[in-house]
Each structure stands twice: as structure tokens, then as C-alpha cells.
Design a protein around this ligand. Structure first.
Ligand code: PLP
Length: 227
């Protein structure tokens, strides 16, 4: 069940901060997505390819779909015809594949580079050195079908606000550094995607421009029922 009051509240908070809302709809129904759509929401995030393909068919064409998890190279071609933004690119190989598939569709796909900022071992992403290496090797003219749109990161899964704040501050500083040192203030490189249901306020106070919120809007996820 969608809590629309909650949606409008979060929207006004984000509008004040000048940040974008990506409503994370994984495991949630087409009906719930439509409810938010009718309230004006256009950016939605999913992280399972098959689920995304199924839902996309049943929903309006002007939804901007974000792929927000780890994307396998061999699945790029399944979403390249329509995906607006891939949040979570963490290798050169993946960038190459996205460029190749987007070229076939004559599309330009926005990609956010995922940076590893958490203390957990399981999360995907580039560390600072890998990020710098990737940017050094990235020549925009070789990738006409990719728009480097910014950085994305996930904080540690902890209730310790100081730990989370430090991780967001780190990502913010990397974002500024990349913008000025590697991309010469390219206006397309403008998204700092950080903050989820539990930590989006903290993320906003650290300069997030795009938050990915699921359970606060759609309710808790129940993975058993959805699959
Ligand atoms: C599921 C997910 C979210 C949303 O999480 P909530 O805690 O439900 O807001 C955000 N980002 C990514 C990458 C996710 O996989």
C-alpha cells in the first residue's frame, strides 16, 4: 500500500534541497507504481532485469527507469533499448558493453559510477584508486553513447550515524574532485546519488542530488511473496 501523504512530504523535502527522487519499486506491484505515477512520480528504480522487463511492458512509456543494482554485462542488451540511467557501473568492461548496445539502439544512456564507500565486504563498487584509473582510461569520444552522469554510493548498513555521515562526506568529496579534475566541469556530470529510506536526510545534508527510496514509499519488502 502506498502512503501518498508520505510521498508528498518526502517530495517537498527533496524539492527544497533541489534533489531528485528515484522511487525504488523492486518487488512492488504495477498497481503501486501506477499510484505514484498518477501522483506525478516519473523516476523509478529496479534492480532485477527480468522483473524490470515485465513491469515496463505494463506501465506508461514516459517512466524514466533506473537500473540501480549490479548489472551483469550479458544483460545490458535486454535493458538498453529503454533504460534512462544505469546507477551502478563499476567497470570499464560494463561501460564498453553499454556503449556498444546503446549504439545499436541509437541511444545515449546515462551512467553513474558506483563507488564503494561502506565498510561491508559484499557491496559492489570502485574504490578511489579504481575510480581514478577508470576515469583516466575513459575518453568520452570513444563512448558517444554514454553520458557520465555522476557517482552513486551506498553507506554501511549500520545505525551509527557518524559512520554513515563520514561515508557520505567521502563520496561528496570524490564527486567534487572528479568533476573538477577529470571532467572539467562537464555539465552532464551532476548527479550524486546517495541516500535510501533510512539515511536520506543525512545524505541530503551532505549534498546528495538524487535519493533512492523504496520502503518508506512502498512499505517493507517481502521477498518471499514477490518471487
Ligand atoms: C533497494 C535499494 C534501495 C532502496 O532501499 P530502501 O531502504 O527500501 O529505501 C536503494 N538503493 C539500492 C541500490 C537498492 O538496491
Amino acid at each position: 500500500m502506498i502512503n501518498l501523504e508520505q510521498y508528498y512530504l518526502i517530495k517537498s523535502e527533496l524539492d527544497k534541497a533541489g534533489a531528485r527522487l528515484v522511487a525504488v519499486s523492486k518487488t512492488k506491484s504495477v498497481e503501486d507504481i501506477l499510484t505514484l505515477y498518477k501522483a506525478g512520480q516519473r523516476n523509478f528504480g529496479e534492480n532485477y532485469v527480468q522483473e524490470l522487463l515485465t513491469k515496463k511492458e505494463l506501465l506508461p512509456d514516459d517512466i524514466e527507469w533506473h537500473f540501480i543494482g549490479h548489472l551483469q554485462t550479458n544483460k545490458v542488451k535486454m535493458i538498453s533499448p529503454f533504460i534512462a540511467c544505469i546507477e551502478g557501473v563499476d567497470s570499464h568492461k560494463l561501460l564498453k558493453e553499454i556503449n556498444k548496445e546503446a549504439a545499436k539502439q541509437n541511444q545515449v544512456i546515462t551512467c553513474l559510477l558506483q563507488v564503494f564507500i561502506a565498510s561491508e565486504e559484499t557491496k559492489f563498487g570502485l574504490n578511489e584508486l579504481e575510480l581514478q584509473q577508470l576515469l583516466k582510461d575513459f575518453h568520452a569520444t570513444d563512448y558517444p553513447h554514454i553520458r557520465l552522469g555522476g557517482l552513486m554510493g551506498m553507506a554501511s548498513f549500520t545505525s551509527n550515524q557518524l559512520v554513515i555521515a563520514n561515508e557520505f562526506a567521502l563520496l561528496r568529496s570524490l564527486f567534487e574532485k572528479v568533476k573538477t579534475e577529470y571532467l572539467k566541469n562537464d555539465p552532464d556530470f551532476k548527479h550524486l546519488s546517495m541516500g535510501m529510506s533510512s539515511d536520506y536526510k543525512l545524505a541530503l545534508s551532505h549534498g546528495s542530488t538524487s535519493v533512492r527510496i523504496g520502503s518508506l514509499l512502498f512499505g517493507e519488502r517481502n521477498y518471499n511473496l514477490s518471487k
